[in-house]
Design a protein around this ligand. Structure first.
Ligand code: FAD
Length: 564
C-alpha cells in the first residue's frame, strides 16, 4: 500500500469475540506499518450530555484515540449565562446556541452524535440505554443501547421545586432555551391581556404582577432584564402600564445574591429599591395556584397570599431521575448528589466519570486518604512519626492533594506547627499522628463544595479530556489519570478548580462582579467588562457575532415585543 492511503485494518474486539473494522489514515510520508498487524480496538467512550461539561470535554478531546459516541436530547450547546437575556428579547435564542455537530466536526477523529435521552445507566454491564426524542409514530423511537469502556456522565441537573404544591403546573422555569422562549411569550401575553377592554384595575394589576421566586443570580438577572424591558420598550407601547406593573423578588434568605460578597448584595438591593423592584426576604413559598402565590414568613410563620400574572421559579437545582436511579444502583442512594473522587471518577467505578452539575467531588475522600498515608508511614504502629518522617508525609500529601497545600503552609500553619512543638515551645522528636489528623480534619469542614456553575463544569470537562488524551501514560499509574506537567515529568494531579470570578448583571447597564483576590467591582464599567467577557466566552465566532449584533440591535432599535 502506498504511504498516505486509506487503510482498512481488521481489528478484533478485546471482549466478546466480535470482529470490527476500523479505518485509519496514515500520515503522508509516515510508514503505515505492517497491514497484517492486528490493531487493538479503540476504547469506546460514551458521553452523556452536551451542556457545559460535555461540550468542553468534547472540544478538547483527541477523538482519534477513541471511538466516541455522544447522547443528548438537545442537538445543540446553549450558552446558559445569556438565557435571562433571551426572556425579554435582548438576545435571540438562536444566537446563544451552537449545533453539537458543528462542534464535533472540528475534532480530530470521528465523533458520533445521537439525539436521544439516556434512560438507564447500567454500570455493571458497562452499557447505557437511550430513547430517541422523536414521537412514537416516527422511525427511531425504539430504545437502543450503547456499550462503553469509559462513560462520561455530564447530564447536568434539573429544576428543584422542593415538592412545593402547584409549582410544576403554574410556574415558569429558567433552565433551558425553551423555558426562556416560553417566558418571553408569556411576558408579552401579560401586557396584551392587561390592555384588553373590560378588565378591572385590580385584574390589570394582577396580570402585571411578575413574581420571581429565588434571589440567586438567575432570578436577580431576570428581574433586572424585565425591568429594563419595561422601562426601555414596553412603556412606549403600552400606555399606562408603568403605574400598574410590579416586579417582586421573593427570597427565603435574608439577602438576595447571598452567595456573593456582602457589598454586592447590598448594592443590588439598593439598586432594586431605586428601580421599584420589590425585594421580599425571609419568605418561603408554600404553594402556587394559577392566580395566587402563598408564602410563609420564616420569622413569625405568618401566611401571605398575593395575586400574580407570571411566576418564575428559580430556586436551585436537583438531581435528574436517570442519575438518581444510577446512584441507587451503586449504593449512593443516601446522597443528594452523585459523588466522585478528586479525579472525577464515580466512587467505586474506575471507568465512569461524572462532571458538571450532576456530580460533586466527595471531600471526605481526602481525609480518608490522608489517614491511610499516615498509617502506611507509621510502620511500627506506635502512633508517632519522627519529625523527618512527618515532613516526608506532608510533602507526599501536598503532591497528591495540592489543594491542601494552602491549608498546610499558610492559614492554618499554626495548627500544624503547634504539633511539632511541646507546650514549652521545644521541638518535639516525634509527632502524634492522631493530633495531626485532628488538625487536618478542619480542611474538610472549612472547604465548601464547588458551586454548580458553568465555570466549574467547563474546567472539569477540559481537565478530563486532558486526562483522556494522555491515558496511555496514565494507565501505568493505578491511582488515576495524571496531568502532564511543563517539566516533562508526569505527576499525579487531581482536578483543581480555578475561580475566575463571577458576574451579576443588575440592569440599567450596571453589573456587579466578584473577581479573584477579593476584588469587587460594581456599576457601569463592570457592565462593559461583562459584555466583553461574555462575548469572548462564546463557543464559536458565529455565536459571538450573533450575540454582539443582537446587543447592537437592542441599543439602536430596542427589543422586539411581538408575540411569535
Ligand atoms: P448542562 O449545561 O445543564 O448540560 C446538561 C446536558 O445534559 C444538556 O445537554 C442536556 O440536554 C443533557 N441531558 C439532560 N438529560 C439527559 C439525558 N437523560 N440523557 C442525555 N443527555 C441529557 N453558570 C456560570 O458559571 N455563570 C453564569 O452566569 C451562569 N448563568 C446561568 C443562567 C441560567 C439561566 C442558568 C440556568 C444557569 C446558569 N449558570 C451559570 C449555571 C450553568 O449553566 C450550569 O452550571 C452549567 O450549565 C452546568 O453544566 P453541565 O454540563 O453540568 O449541565
Amino acid at each position: 500500500y502506498p504511504f498516505g492511503s486509506k487503510l482498512l485494518i481488521l481489528s478484533t474486539l478485546s471482549s466478546g469475540g466480535l470482529v470490527a473494522y476500523s479505518e485509519s489514515q496514515s500520515e503522508l510520508g509516515t510508514p503505515s506499518g505492517n497491514v497484517n498487524e492486528i490493531e487493538p480496538r479503540k476504547k469506546r467512550v460514551v458521553v452523556l450530555g452536551t451542556g457545559w461539561a460535555g461540550t468542553s470535554f468534547l472540544k478538547d478531546l483527541d477523538a482519534s484515540l477513541y471511538e466516541v459516541q455522544v447522547v443528548s436530547p438537545r442537538n445543540y450547546f446553549a450558552f446558559t449565562p445569556l438565557l435571562p437575556s433571551v426572556t425579554c428579547g435582548t438576545v435571540e435564542a438562536r444566537s446563544i446556541v451552537e449545533p453539537v455537530r458543528n462542534i464535533i466536526k472540528k475534532r480530530k477523529g470521528e465523533i458520533k452524535f445521537f439525539e436521544a435521552e439516556c434512560v438507564k445507566i447500567d454500570a455493571s454491564n458497562k452499557k447505557v440505554t437511550c430513547r430517541s426524542n422523536f414521537d412514537s409514530n416516527s422511525l427511531g423511537n425504539e430504545e437502543f443501547s450503547l456499550e462503553y469502556d469509559y462513560l462520561v456522565i455530564a447530564l447536568g441537573a434539573q429544576v428543584n421545586t422542593f415538592n412545593t404544591p402547584g409549582v410544576k403546573e403554574n410556574c415558569h422555569f429558567l433552565k433551558e432555551v425553551e423555558d426562556a422562549l416560553k417566558i418571553r411569550r408569556s411576558v408579552i401575553d401579560c401586557f396584551e391581556k392587561a390592555a384588553l377592554p373590560g378588565l378591572t384595575e385590580e385584574e390589570r394589576r394582577a396580570n402585571l404582577h411578575f413574581v420571581i421566586v429565588g434571589g440567586g443570580p438567575t432570578g436577580v438577572e431576570f428581574a433586572a432584564e424585565l425591568h429594563d424591558f419595561v422601562e426601555e420598550d414596553i412603556v412606549k407601547l403600552y400606555p399606562g402600564v408603568k403605574d400598574l406593573l410590579k416586579i417582586t423578588v421573593i427570597q427565603s434568605g435574608d439577602h438576595i445574591l447571598n452567595m456573593f460578597d456582602e457589598r454586592i448584595s447590598t448594592f443590588a438591593e439598593q439598586k432594586f429599591t431605586r428601580d421599584g423592584i420589590d425585594v421580599q426576604t425571609g419568605l418561603r413559598v408554600t404553594s402556587v395556584s394559577e392566580k395566587d402565590i402563598t408564602m410563609k414568613a420564616k420569622s413569625n410563620g405568618q401566611v401571605h397570599t398575593i395575586p400574580h400574572g407570571l411566576v418564575v421559579w428559580s430556586t436551585g437545582v436537583g438531581t435528574r431521575p436517570v442519575v438518581r436511579d444510577f446512584m441507587e444502583q451503586i449504593g449512593q442512594a443516601d446522597r443528594r448528589i452523585l459523588a466522585t473522587d478528586e479525579w472525577l471518577r464515580v466512587k467505586g467505578y474506575e471507568n465512569v466519570y461524572a462532571i458538571g452539575d450532576c456530580a460533586t467531588i466527595y471531600q471526605r475522600k481526602i481525609r480518608e486518604d490522608i489517614s491511610a498515608i499516615f498509617e502506611a508511614a507509621d510502620k511500627d504502629k506506635s502512633g508517632f512519626l519522627t519529625v523527618a518522617e512527618f515532613q516526608d508525609v506532608i510533602d507526599d500529601i501536598i503532591i497528591r492533594y495540592p489543594q491542601v497545600e494552602h491549608y498546610l503552609k499558610s492559614k492554618h500553619l499554626a495548627d500544624v506547627t503547634d504539633l511539632l512543638k511541646d507546650p514549652e515551645g521545644n521541638e518535639r522528636k516525634e509527632v502524634d499522628i492522631e493530633g495531626f489528623k485532628l488538625a487536618l480534619s478542619q480542611v474538610d469542614s472549612q472547604r465548601k463544595s464547588l458551586p454548580a456553575t458553568a465555570q466549574v463544569a467547563a474546567q472539569q470537562g477540559s481537565y478530563l479530556s486532558r486526562c483522556f488524551n494522555r491515558r496511555e501514560h496514565c494507565e501505568e499509574n493505578p491511582e488515576g489519570p495524571r496531568r502532564f506537567r511543563g517539566s516533562g515529568r508526569h505527576q499525579f494531579r487531581p482536578f483543581q478548580y480555578k475561580h475566575f470570578g463571577q458576574f451579576a448583571p443588575l440592569g440599567g447597564e450596571q453589573a456587579a462582579a466578584e473577581l479573584p483576590g477579593d476584588w469587587v467591582s460594581m456599576g457601569h464599567s463592570t457592565q462593559w467588562l461583562w459584555y466583553s467577557v461574555y462575548a469572548s466566552k462564546q463557543v464559536s465566532w458565529r455565536t459571538r457575532v450573533l450575540v454582539v449584533s443582537d446587543w447592537t440591535r437592542r441599543f439602536i432599535f430596542g427589543r422586539d415585543s411581538s408575540r411569535i
